[in-house]
Design a protein around this ligand. Structure first.
Ligand code: PMP
Length: 441
């Protein structure tokens, strides 16, 4: 039974398990945003593969695409060889890219995970520029392998790995609710830009000449923090003026999630490198980088790997990219996300523990705070990680799966599939509001 399976998992698997520690369920069936445990209980899944299931679980077009490859007799292991399946995937992918990039782009298949693509992006810009430094942001999450971990901001995660670091300069990411400059809004973002330019142009600023700047259009793990459009455009201008490649990490923001096909589309920014994973594989492991062809200084074999030809993931990914584009699910994410955010802001009026509601499209965050504590000099309340953990547990009890993020794990994150129905959206908010009420008690 499920209890025995969970017991064996706890005994056999590393203590580094993440989701499994807060989700004691044994999933056996799923469809759309419904996931069913071995005990027969059903949940609404607002985690959906850590944001990788744009079409939810087992969408018919995805299953059909996978079956077509299996039934065709095509090889499943194809290294990085050309295949019709890969050809269809790159065609579909290039059609979605900002045209200025797509017209002069190269794609490199990187391996299964987002972190693999971040490693490749960092290596590419270092090779292309001959420089070693990197610019990354407070709150950033880019993965758990060495270069990806170096640009990730989590101090504990990095020091646990022996301080994995190499010439990374950490710059302020605008975080309106807890603005590092204490002003927030447009002015806070402008000060973040000023901090960045003054450091880059200061010969005694002590930074290692940067090979690139890596940025998330909306920080996910960092607490669902959307980059203001004007600030992202500033980062594009600042890097372009100084010959620094701009890397957009769209692992979580891609494929319609934020209300446009790519997160950078809101600001109309065209990065030099895009890091893509999660939803591009239609629920199977796939990661690529796409970049301006001038950066393609690699010689044959310069970036190798055995598993860069996952035919099933490419087929599932092609079906997903095409379905999201054809049905304009980005627009749906935009409309529904705005509606959900509005209702959540309404809840904040009733629950003092809700400090902030923010997000873009169907990437929504609810920051929980300690309403009893004193406000700081800028009016903010301290984060409430225990309340957030209680909300997650109460939500699970009510058949709703949500994950936490943010600096102190005090942000409830909603990442439903883009195919979520209006009724499901209402049910999610009903359960979440009940969970918050129960947790605050
Ligand atoms: N970049 C971003 C923005 C992410 O959100 C994540 C995963 N949450 C990664 C990179 C790493 O991807 P993976 O877990 O597949 O290695």
């Amino acid at each position: 039974g499920p209890a025995a399976i969970l017991g064996r998992q706890a005994a056999r698997e590393s203590a580094a398990r993440t989701y499994a520690t807060s989700l004691p369920i044994v999933p056996v069936r799923a469809r759309g945003m419904m996931i069913e445990g071995a005990d027969g209980r059903r949940y609404l899944d607002c985690l959906t593969g850590a944001g990788s299931l744009a079409l939810g679980h087992n969408h018919p077009v995805v299953l059909e695409a996978i079956r077509a490859v299996l039934d065709s007799g095509a090889p499943l292991h194809t290294l990085d060889l050309a295949t019709p399946v890969k050809d269809a995937f790159t065609t579909a992918l290039f059609e979605t890219l900002p045209p200025e990039l797509a017209d002069h782009a190269r794609v490199q298949f990187c391996g299964p995970a987002g972190t693999d693509a971040v490693e490749a992006a960092v290596k590419l810009v270092r090779t292309a520029t001959g420089r070693g430094g990197l610019l990354a942001f407070t709150g950033a999450y880019h993965g758990m392998t060495s270069a990806a971990l170096a640009v990730t901001a989590d101090t504990e995660a990095r020091s646990a790995a022996g301080g994995a670091d190499s010439g990374v300069t950490r710059l302020p990411y605008p975080y309106d609710y807890r603005c590092p400059f204490g002003v927030g809004g447009t002015q806070g973002a402008r000060l973040a830009t000023r901090w960045t330019t003054s450091l880059l142009d200061d010969p005694k600023g002590g930074i290692q000449p940067p090979a690139g700047m890596i940025v998330e259009p909306v920080q996910g793990e960092g607490g669902v923090i959307p980059a203001p459009d004007a600030w992202l455009r500033d980062m594009r201008r600042v890097t372009a003026e100084r010959g620094i490649p701009l890397i957009a990490d769209e692992v979580q923001t891609g494929v319609g999630r934020t209300g446009t096909f790519w997160g950078v589309d809101h600001a109309g920014v065209v990065p030099d490198v895009m890091v893509l994973s999660k939803a591009i594989g239609g629920s199977l492991p796939l990661a690529v980088i796409v970049y301006r062809e001038e950066l393609d200084v690699w010689r044959p074999g310069a970036h190798a790997g055995t598993f860069r030809g996952n035919q099933l993931a490419m087929a599932a990914g092609t079906a997903t990219l095409r379905y999201v584009a054809a049905n304009n699910l980005a627009h749906r994410a935009d409309v529904l996300g705005a509606r959900m955010t509005t209702r959540l802001r309404g809840l904040a009026a009733h629950y003092p523990g809700i400090g902030d509601v923010r997000g873009r499209g169907l990437m929504i965050g609810v920051e929980l705070v300690d309403a009893e504590a004193d406000r700081d000099e800028y009016g903010a309340l301290p984060a409430a990680p225990r309340l957030a953990a209680a909300v997650r547990a109460e939500a699970l009890r009510r058949g709703l799966i949500v994950e936490l993020g943010g600096r102190h794990s005090a942000v409830v994150r909603l990442l439903p599939p883009l195919t979520i129905t209006d009724e499901q959206a209402e049910a999610v908010l009903d359960r979440l509001s009940d969970a918050i009420a129960a947790a605050e008690r």
